[in-house]
Design a protein around this ligand. Structure first.
Ligand SMILES: NC(=O)c1ccc[n+]([C@@H]2O[C@H](COP(=O)([O-])OP(=O)(O)OC[C@H]3O[C@@H](n4cnc5c(N)ncnc54)[C@H](O)[C@@H]3O)[C@@H](O)[C@H]2O)c1
Ligand SMILES: [Zn+2]
Ligand SMILES: [Zn+2]
Length: 347
């Protein structure tokens, strides 16, 4: 099979011919039809993730067709179309037993703990508990981001953020996670202020429903500007990038008893949090990590109804080679949408 491989962090990513994987006893081999490129892949390539062993095939945001099934798998058959929640829980640890496999103590993440979806085929573990059947109406390119960014934002907005109709939400960083959060917040009836530092993410945020879009590079006091626009501050703020500026602005933009949701990764370590403000205003700060496979039903309902439209965020369809090249450049300006690899066999 073709796969994009790197042998050094921050080193070249090249498309090579590798042996096809075998299905693990509890898993499947997925024929990857589409793989979205998430900033977490960039963090991995940069060396921010200690779980990655070299050489490595990145990619954790995929949809495809099951091509082979391990001997212990009961729920899936060859030919099934699936999305792949990027965190496969173990089904045995206290978190999994409590219904929270998204924070499993022994998680398997394709593209981090094992080789991922920058390839024609990928071996996926723990298939019975962790894969999600795709409705026939949803094509693979649209479905890829259900594996990570749409699912993550669904949990961040509806479960951890508990956003209600009529509330204000600010989204800090409008890449794939942030734009998905804008769509989902709108779908549940919230009003959105989007924040980014580049024009195309801001214009896409407006297109998918943000009422206001602020350029943090031009607005000096982002939190103050949001408070003015929202009659005293937002009910929920989401750091959808992972940056101390977004943490400061998001917490600063909250109204009294507001909720701050951290989604973006912060590989450089702790960032300042104004705990005095957290006490005085009874603010709530929560993290959000992926989405449990058993919680996909309502997200798929929102997609089926058209209220949430992952396809609207796909602005680039790439070959495997193009995807590998883009991954190395993700630290630059925002794409204003999502890039998805949908051709894997160009060599
Ligand atoms: N918690 C989870 O489960 C989870 C899941 C998926 C992704 N992530 C993380 O979420 C983050 C976002 O991922 P993505 O794929 O959407 O990223 P992305 O690269 O597509 O988007 C980042 C956006 O932030 C903007 N930006 C840059 N500097 C900014 C600033 N100072 N203020 C505001 N905006 C700024 C960029 O222009 C871009 O539009 C990453 O850290 C990723 O690793 C976490
Ligand atoms: Zn991701
Ligand atoms: Zn577990």
């Amino acid at each position: 099979m073709n796969a994009a491989v790197y042998s050094a962090f921050r080193g070249p990513i090249t498309v090579q011919t590798l042996p096809d994987p075998e299905p693990p006893p509890d898993g499947v081999v997925l024929g990857v039809r589409a793989n979205g490129i998430c900033r977490s892949d960039w963090h991995g390539w940069m060396g921010h993730d200690p779980d990655i062993a070299l050489p490595h095939v990145p990619g954790h945001e995929m949809a495809g067709v099951i091509e082979a099934v391990g001997r212990d798998v009961t729920r899936w058959s060859v030919g099934d179309r699936v999305a792949v929640p990027f965190i496969a829980g173990c089904s045995r640890c206290p978190q999994c037993l409590a219904g929270h496999p998204q924070v499993c103590d022994d998680q398997f993440q394709p593209g981090f703990h094992g080789w991922g979806g920058f390839a024609q085929r990928v071996a996926l573990h723990r298939a019975d508990a962790t894969l999600v059947a795709l409705p026939a109406s949803l094509d693979f390119v649209a479905a890829a981001s259900l594996g990570c960014r749409f699912a993550t934002s669904f949990r961040a907005v509806t479960q951890q953020g508990r956003v209600q109709a009529g509330e204000w939400v600010s989204v800090h960083g409008c890449g794939g996670v942030g734009l998905a959060a804008v769509q989902i917040a709108r779908a549940v009836g919230a009003r959105v202020v989007a924040v980014d530092v580049a024009p195309s993410p801001l214009s896409m945020a407006r297109k998918v429903g943000a009422e206001h879009a602020l350029d943090a590079g031009q607005v000096g006091d982002v939190a103050g500007a949001i408070a003015d626009l929202t009659d005293g501050g937002v009910h929920v703020a989401i750091d959808a990038l992972g940056h101390s500026d977004c943490v400061r602005d998001g917490i600063g933009a909250l109204r009294t008893r507001g909720r701050f949701v951290q989604v973006g990764l912060l590989p450089d370590g702790p960032v300042p949090v104004p705990l005095d403000r957290v006490i005085a205003r009874e603010l709530v700060i929560v993290g959000s990590h992926g989405l449990a496979a058993h919680d996909y039903g309502r997200l798929l309902d929102l997609v089926a109804s058209g209220a949430v439209d992952p396809a609207a965020l796909v602005t680039r369809r790439l070959t495997l080679e193009q995807g590998a090249a883009l991954l190395c450049e993700l630290d630059g300006a925002g794409l204003g949408g999502m890039a998805v690899i949908d051709r894997f066999s160009s060599i």
